[in-house]
Design a protein around this ligand. Sequence first.
Ligand SMILES: [Zn+2]
Length: 129
Amino acid sequence: MIGVECGEMTVDEQIALASAISDGLAGKAVALINGTRIVLDALSGEPSPDEVMEIVKGFASRRKDSAEWSVEASEGSIVVHSSDPLSRSRGRKDTGQLLPDNLFKCPFCPFVTPYEELYVVHYRSHGFA
Ligand SMILES: [Zn+2]
C-alpha cells in the first residue's frame, strides 16, 4: 500500500493533504493519517503510485509557500520535504513546543519563565552579557 511521509508538515497541513488525496482518488481509496505518515486504505481499487504522486504534487504547488516544498518518491513511499523543517517543527501543535507569548524561553537550555528579570539573570548565567 502506498504511503506518504509527511513528518515535516504541521498537523493542519497533514489533514489538508489527506483530504486532498481522498478527494483526488474519488472513492477509490481514502487517506488516513498514521503518525507522520499518510496511508491509503483501498476502497474500490488500488490507486497507482503515479496517481497519488500527481495529487501530492498538485497539493504542494497550490500552496502559497509552494517554493518551500518538494515531493519525491522513495522506496515505495512518497516523501514530502519542507526546505525549513526546523521552523515548522517549532510550530507543531502535537509536540507541545508552541510556547505562549508571555513566556521567556532560554535558547541554550530548557529553562522557561514568565518573568523577564529572571530570564535575564538566567540568560547571563550561561556567560552572555
Ligand atoms: Zn538556560
